[in-house]
Each structure stands twice: as structure tokens, then as C-alpha cells.
Design a protein around this ligand. Structure first.
Ligand SMILES: [Zn+2]
Ligand SMILES: [Zn+2]
Ligand SMILES: [Zn+2]
Length: 389
């Protein structure tokens, strides 16, 4: 992998995808050519707007190796979107960007389907930095208006890779289905939360909410009912109509469930009118990413603490291990040596047969299920359900 001939730093709040567009231009390449040369994408395929796949390759061409975690979290929407995901799912997301692309690292649904821009920010950027760029905070889940100018965002509908031309004829103003006042309050709250640099997960967020309710003297036995009555006469009520906060509070045992910002943020807004109050309450949490040094090759790399515990380890050394060998190693670490892989690993979605050594039971599970959704031998599930009764 070669270093970038010309390096330019990202702007404040610039989406990584936008920065890559500018890096490509600075190096006289099209976005697709740059994506292939520096982001490990197949020929003629550009990186996606959420930039999940491609960062690992890009990071090897940058003129520095430190603080890649900050670079990634400040210039993608992932940092904030992750507060709505449980830890095993977070691990899968971060592996996507901090491990080489492989059969273990399959593409997931994009969190940014179409890029959004604010027409007022475009004008301001032209004056302040000489050119417009795509802002990270405009792409966050459920955001329809600019937090700074309170005007509706415009969504890109033009041809592929043309976002960075900033031709407003290619951008449409979307119909906002909630009250504009509520959309503004939501965008403001999300912007504050983004600035707070939160590190948390959906289970911890739920606990923090329940703790706050208890402190405020509420009966928390049925949070769904509690919120549906509270939300009835809440100022920003229209925010709660479309989103499934009920699912968020009805936790199913043995199911690792993901949510999105739109589900959680209205609840946070209701309980903490100042978003920093929530940020303080949710503060004691491990960082999403930590830097580690490989004891085999001596290189430094980033991964989540859970990823480290689960045995993912050094991404550079991983490139030299076969998929089957790697899967067996991961099963051994994650399953505490209690599981034997009977049929070989083919892909993340193709079921493998496994044996739970302590009980002797054989069962089938997808590698995604075992590695990222905590699926285990049925005997373990029965035990858990008994314990929760
Ligand atoms: Zn704006
Ligand atoms: Zn290594
Ligand atoms: Zn078992």
C-alpha cells in the first residue's frame, strides 16, 4: 500500500465521504479510481457515503498512524448512531472499518442512503473555507433540518458520485412528516449529543433511562405504558409517533436487538431537556475503540474492547490466516473452549454445525449469530430463561 501523494486534512464536521471526494480531486482521481486505489474497493465501485468499508485500507495510506479512532468518530455518523446498538452489534460495525475486508466483514445496510445538505451551510462554507462540503451532523438518523440554520435539509437525487458538485438541482427538499418545531428541537438535541462524544450502547442507555425514572419517583414496571401517557401531552409529541420506542423497552431474552437514533432520542429529550444531563448520566463507559499493539508483528491497531476479548486481534496478522482457522479460533475464545466446530465455515450467513462440549448437544447456527448476536447452545438459552423467571 502506498502513501497518498497529496494529503489534505478534513474540515470540521466534514463527512469522511466528502473528505475522500476532496482527497480524490486533490490527487487528480475520480471518486471510483480513488476508492479502488486507496480504499480497497473493487474497480469502478466508490466507497459508500457512510464509509464503513474502506477505512482500514485508507488508514494505511495516511501520513500518520495515531488517533485514527478520533478521525473516524469525528467524521462518520457511527459514533453517535452506536448509542442505539448493543455491544455485539457495535463490534460488528467497528470491525467493518478497522479490520481488512474479508468473509468475516460483510457489508451491512447503509446508514446513509442519500447525502443531505443545507443550502445555507453551502453558502457559509464557500465564504469560510472557499468551498462547500458535506457535513456529518446533517446525516445523523432522523435529522431533517440544519441545527445551525433551522432550514430543511435537501437530499441528493442526482447521478452516482455527483454529490460533491453541489448542484442544488440534483437535491430535493423532502417533505417533513413531523412538526417543524419538533424537527428543529430534535436536530438541536442530536447535535448536542454528537458534540458530547458519547460512548455507550443501547442496553446501557436503557438502564440509564430506567435509573433516571426511578430517581424522579416513577414506577418503572411498565415503561412503555409510562411513556405513552407522558408523551400524550409532551411539547414535541410528533417525534414519538413514527418511532418504535415500545420495542426498545420490551426487551426479549436471548435476542440481540438493534435500534436507531430516532427511537431513543425522543425519550432522552423528554427526560433530559438539556442533552448534557444525559451525557453526564451515561458517562462511565469504555471507549468504543482502543489502540493495541500486536505481540506478533509489533504493529499498532484499533479495535473495540469487546472485539479484543473475543479474539479478533491484529488486522495485519489476520490477513495471513485462513477463514476456517480464524473462525475456529474465534469460536474457541468467544465460547470459552466449550464449542467444537463440526462443519467448516463457508460464509457469515451460511449455517455451521457446532457441538456444545459440556452438554454434548449439536446444533446449527450462522457465524454471524454466534460471533455477533450471542447465539449459543439451546441448553444455555433455557438456563437464561429460567434465571429470568
Ligand atoms: Zn445549515
Ligand atoms: Zn500483528
Ligand atoms: Zn448445551
Amino acid at each position: 500500500m502506498s502513501y497518498l501523494p497529496i494529503y489534505i486534512p478534513p474540515y470540521k464536521d466534514e463527512l469522511m465521504y466528502s473528505w475522500i471526494g476532496r482527497l480524490a480531486r486533490a490527487n487528480s482521481l475520480s471518486l471510483a479510481e480513488f476508492s479502488h486505489a486507496y480504499c480497497g474497493m473493487p474497480k469502478y465501485q466508490s466507497v459508500c457515503a457512510d464509509m464503513r468499508r474502506g477505512f482500514f485500507s485508507l488508514s494505511r495510506s495516511l501520513p500518520f498512524t495515531d488517533e485514527l479512532d478520533d478521525l473516524y468518530l469525528e467524521h462518520t455518523t457511527i459514533g453517535l448512531e452506536m448509542i442505539a446498538k448493543p455491544v455485539p452489534v457495535q463490534t460488528q460495525y467497528f470491525n467493518m472499518s478497522f479490520q481488512p475486508y474479508s468473509h468475516f466483514n460483510i457489508d451491512q445496510a447503509d446508514s446513509i442512503l442519500r447525502v443531505k445538505v443545507c443550502p445555507e451551510c453551502i453558502k457559509e462554507d464557500r465564504i469560510e473555507v472557499g468551498q462547500p462540503y458535506i457535513h456529518c451532523s446533517h446525516q445523523l438518523g432522523g435529522v431533517d433540518v440544519c441545527y445551525k440554520h433551522h432550514v430543511p435539509l435537501m437530499t441528493y437525487h442526482g447521478k452516482m458520485d455527483g454529490e460533491m458538485d453541489f448542484n442544488l438541482d440534483d437535491y430535493d427538499e423532502e417533505e417533513i412528516l413531523i412538526f417543524k418545531r419538533d424537527a428543529i428541537a430534535y436536530a438541536d438535541c442530536v447535535h448536542e449529543l454528537q458534540g458530547a462524544g458519547l460512548h455507550t450502547d443501547s442496553d446501557s442507555v436503557r438502564e440509564t433511562i430506567l435509573k433516571k425514572l426511578e430517581e424522579d419517583g416513577f414506577d418503572t414496571t411498565d415503561p412503555v405504558r409510562l411513556f405513552s401517557s407522558c408523551f400524550d401531552d409532551w411539547t414535541y409529541n410528533s417525534l414519538t409517533i413514527m418511532h418504535d420506542y415500545e420495542g426498545f423497552f420490551r426487551v426479549k431474552p436471548n435476542v440481540v436487538q438493534s435500534f436507531n437514533l430516532q427511537t431513543i432520542v425522543p425519550v432522552l429529550m423528554y427526560l433530559w431537556p438539556d442533552p448534557n444531563g444525559f451525557a453526564d448520566a451515561a458517562s462511565d463507559h469504555e471507549p468504543y475503540l482502543k489502540q493495541y499493539t500486536c505481540s506478533t508483528c509489533g504493529r499498532t491497531y484499533y479495535e473495540t474492547p469487546r472485539s479484543q476479548r473475543d479474539g479478533w486481534g491484529c488486522p495485519y496478522c489476520a490477513e495471513h490466516i485462513s477463514d476456517e482457522e480464524r473462525f475456529e479460533h474465534l469460536v474457541d475464545v468467544i465460547g470459552n473452549g466449550e464449542y467444537e466446530v463440526i462443519t467448516p465455515f463457508k460464509s457469515m450467513g451460511k449455517k455451521v454445525r457446532m457441538k456444545h462440549i459440556p452438554c454434548g448437544h449439536e446444533f446449527e447456527v450462522t457465524p454471524t449469530g454466534f460471533l455477533f448476536r450471542d447465539r449459543r447452545c439451546p441448553c444455555f438459552i433455557h438456563e437464561n430463561v429460567e434465571r429470568q423467571k
